[in-house]
Design a protein around this ligand. Structure first.
Ligand code: SAH
Length: 397
């Protein structure tokens, strides 16, 4: 136990969710004004109204005041992070994700690995670290040291990328940079396919690892199909569709940069491939111009339409509109892979939006698969908010 850390007391009854291991202390649960001199990102001890120790965590200004790191009076230091990272690695080993034909996977998924505020993605010899909380920003060097110390992972370079993930009001000046090592290679392998990962300029850590299993499933449906991959970003679904034997694959993204990345990834896996074309266009406009029956496999993987609860209604309308357009155009016997990665949209709400789109199209539509995030993005059972990716595979007659 660390005697130097400050203690925050909860109001009576506010320990209930924490006693069920939910790792967030909301600011309204705190009994007293904050201790003098308490800084954002500091590690604090949380106690119940009558002084019982609940745990230790990172303090932050905002609606979530503390993110609990451990439900005990544990010292939060390099040893703590090394222990949590070893536990995260044990799980990934059980998942058999580190193989000669696969060296890209998520090693740390925030609350899902009992490290709220921290994301670590592994791309071969490079770990890309994102802090979502000031506490994890201050812990970044301990995390980086622990990463290179992990046996059998072979991390030699640690790139820190938190300029866009930290609360800007905290004035932390998080410069994106290598904490250890430097640039070595940007090519990672996923299920034998090669991807160029641009962690310097790309979105998130440079690649959406969370669609790995769903891309693999798509590959199995692609033989002989005419595929439209909307919101393609780095072209993950397109590459798997080509591997799966698609007759043609068209990739669409409104960002020119994304289209360049997609073209490069297709070229790296299928040099000189004439089955693929890409379009830098708005997805909604593109779908409007698609001819009926032009495609018989459509992927809809848009960005989070609702980043916050306040945007929920508009987001649901957006999903409905997008899916309705796909149902209107897809050939009979076609298959739609449709996704939502908005945390604020529940599985039921998403399904309802797709249902409304289906009804609007008046076509016979059946659900073949209900998809989610892969096992290297685990959901802490006490923190259901961690389940964010929802998908449906639909058969449209
Ligand atoms: N399917 C991708 C991830 C999609 S991320 C994968 O598997 O890796 C969302 C993408 O949607 C981003 O690349 C973004 O540029 C693109 N995007 C956002 N709004 C768009 C729009 N209106 N039309 C087309 N693309 C859009």
């Amino acid at each position: 136990m660390d005697n130097d850390i400050k203690t925050l007391r909860l109001r009576r009854g506010k320990e209930e969710s924490l006693d069920r291991f939910h790792p967030w202390v909301f600011s309204g649960a705190l009994a007293e004004p904050l201790p003098e001199g308490l800084e954002e990102g500091e590690t604090v001890r949380v106690v119940s109204h009558d002084g019982r120790i609940i745990g230790v965590g990172h303090f932050q200004i905002g609606s979530i005041a503390v993110r609990i790191l451990d439900f005990a009076d544990t010292d939060i230091n390099g040893e703590f992070f090394a222990g949590r990272l070893s536990a995260a690695l044990r799980l990934r080993k059980a998942l058999r994700l580190a193989r000669p034909d696969n060296d890209a996977y998520r090693l740390v998924h925030g609350e899902g690995d009992f490290l709220p505020g921290l994301v670590v993605d592994i791309y071969g010899p490079t770990a890309v670290v994102q802090a979502h909380s000031p506490g994890m920003h201050f812990a970044r060097n301990e995390v980086a040291q622990a990463l290179v110390g992990l046996p059998d992972v072979g991390v030699r370079n640690v790139y820190y990328k938190s300029e866009t993930t930290l609360p800007y009001k905290a004035h932390l000046d998080p410069q994106n940079d290598y904490l250890i090592g430097g640039f070595e290679t940007s090519v990672a392998t996923e299920n034998s396919l090669k991807f160029n990962i641009d962690w310097l300029r790309g979105q998130k850590t440079g690649f959406f690892l969370d669609q790995r299993d769903n891309r693999e499933l798509l590959g199995r449906y692609s033989q002989g199909r005419k595929v439209l991959n909307m919101f393609c970003y780095t072209g993950g679904f397109s590459v798997y569709a080509l591997k799966g034997g698609a007759e043609l694959v068209h990739s669409v993204d409104s960002s020119e940069k994304a289209i360049t990345l997609t073209d490069a990834n297709v070229e790296m896996n299928f040099p000189g491939c004439d089955r693929h074309r890409s379009y830098a266009e708005d997805a909604f406009k593109f779908l409007d111009n698609v001819k009926r029956d032009e495609y018989d496999l459509i992927i809809l993987d848009p960005p989070a339409f609702a980043k916050h609860r306040s945007a929920l209604r508009n987001a649901l309308r957006g999903y409905q509109r997008l899916n309705a357009k796909a149902f209107e155009k897809i050939a009979p016997g076609g298959i739609v892979f449709t996704f939502s990665c908005s945390q604020a949209v529940s599985r039921e709400q998403f399904r309802l939006a797709v249902f409304s789109a289906a009804a609007q199209s008046r076509r016979r539509i059946r659900i073949l698969h209900q998809l989610t995030q892969p096992a290297d993005h685990p959901v802490n059972i006490y923190h259901p908010e961690g389940e964010y990716l929802k998908g449906l595979v639909l058969y449209v007659e």
